[in-house]
Design a protein around this ligand. Structure first.
Ligand code: NAP
Length: 264
C-alpha cells in the first residue's frame, strides 16, 4: 500500500474503540453511508469506511474514513492485517467490479468474512422505452448517429468510449471535470445528485434530448432521469450491469445488518 496516497479522515461519530470488532465498509454508495451511520454508533464496533477517491469532495460517511486505492489484492491483504479487520462489507457501486473481486480474493486469503451488498437494478415499466446493451462501447456505437441529441449520464470514468463519436450531439453530466476527451459535439454540466424530477424534465426538454445513455445503477439518487424519460417517452440505452460478485450478495441494507449480527 502506498501510504502517502491515503488521505485519512475522521468524523466525530466514531473513534477506534479498544476491544471492539473492526469492520471495513468498502463504500462510495448512499447505502454504504447508510450502513456506516447505523454501525458507527455501536459500542461493540469500530467502523472504517473506504472510498475510492473518485470524487474531489466526497460526502464523508460517519465513523472513520480512509480514501484511495489499497494497491491491488496484496495491498488490501496488508491493510486488513495491519488494521486488524474482522469483517468486510462490500457496498461499492454496482459497476465497480475490480474492488469487489479484490475484496473476495483478499478475504479468502485471510479467511475473513465478506458480506456482499448489491442494490437491485432498475427494472423497466411497461411505458419505458429501453434498449439494453452489454457495455459502454456498445452504447457508443448504437447512439452515434446524426440528429441524435444524447443525454450521456454514465459518470466520468468511461466517457472515453464516446470520444470518437462525431455524428451525434451529447449533453454530458458528471460530478467532477472528466479526464477523458469529450465528443466533438458536446456540452458538459457538472452536477451531483440526487436530482429532482422537475429539474430533469426541464433539462431534457430545454436541451431537446432525443436519447439517454445510462448505466443500470439502481438506487434512488438518479432514478428521476428514468422517470423523466418515461414521462417524455424518450428512449434509454441502458447499460447492463457487469457480474460483480462470485459469492451470493444481499440486496437490502437490513440483510447486511442481519448477516453481520450472525457473524458477531
Ligand atoms: P473499480 O474499477 O472496481 O476499482 C478500481 C480500483 O479503484 C480498485 O482496484 C481499487 O484500487 C480502487 N477502489 C475502488 N473502490 C474503492 C474503495 N471503495 N476503496 C478503496 N479503493 C477503491 O471501481 P471504480 O474505478 O471506482 O469504478 C468502476 C465503475 O464503477 C465505473 O463504471 C464507475 O462509473 C462506477 N462507479 C464507481 C463509484 C465508486 O464510488 N467507486 C461510484 C459511482 C460509479 P486498488 O486496486 O489500488 O485497491
Amino acid at each position: 500500500m502506498e501510504a502517502d496516497k491515503i488521505i485519512a479522515m475522521r468524523s466525530d461519530t466514531n473513534s477506534a474503540r479498544g476491544d471492539s470488532t473492526r469492520v471495513l465498509i468498502l463504500g462510495g454508495t448512499s447505502e454504504a453511508s447508510e450502513l456506516a451511520t447505523q454501525l458507527a454508533v455501536r459500542d461493540d464496533l469500530t467502523v472504517i469506511s473506504s472510498l475510492a477517491g473518485r470524487v474531489s469532495q466526497p460526502r464523508l460517511p460517519a465513523g472513520i474514513v480512509r480514501v484511495g486505492g489499497f494497491g491491488g489484492v496484496a495491498g488490501l491483504v496488508s491493510y486488513l492485517v495491519d488494521e486488524n479487520i474482522k469483517v468486510v462489507i462490500d457496498a461499492t457501486h454496482p459497476f465497480a467490479t475490480k474492488i469487489s473481486g479484490n475484496a473476495e480474493l483478499a478475504c479468502n486469503t485471510l479467511s475473513i468474512p465478506l458480506i456482499a451488498f448489491e442494490r437491485p437494478p432498475w427494472a423497466p415499466k411497461k411505458e419505458d422505452l429501453w434498449c439494453a446493451v452489454p457495455d459502454v462501447q456498445a452504447a457508443a456505437s448504437m447512439v452515434n448517429h446524426k440528429r441524435n441529441r444524447v443525454f450521456l449520464s454514465i459518470g466520468r470514468q468511461e466517457l472515453g468510449a464516446f470520444s470518437d463519436c462525431e455524428a451525434a450531439w451529447f449533453l454530458v453530466r458528471a460530478i467532477d471535470e472528466p479526464n477523458e476527451r469529450l465528443p466533438t459535439n458536446s456540452k458538459l454540466i457538472l452536477k451531483r445528485g440526487p436530482f429532482h424530477l422537475d429539474d430533469e424534465l426541464q433539462m431534457l426538454r430545454s436541451e431537446s434530448i432525443s436519447l439517454i445513455v445510462s448505466k443500470n445503477s439502481g438506487g434512488t439518487a438518479t432514478y428521476s432521469k428514468i422517470q423523466a424519460a418515461r414521462t417524455l417517452q424518450i428512449p434509454i440505452v441502458m447499460i447492463d450491469r457487469p457480474q460483480k460478485h462470485n459469492i451470493p450478495a444481499v440486496a437490502r441494507t437490513d440483510d447486511v445488518l442481519q448477516k453481520l449480527a450472525e457473524l458477531l
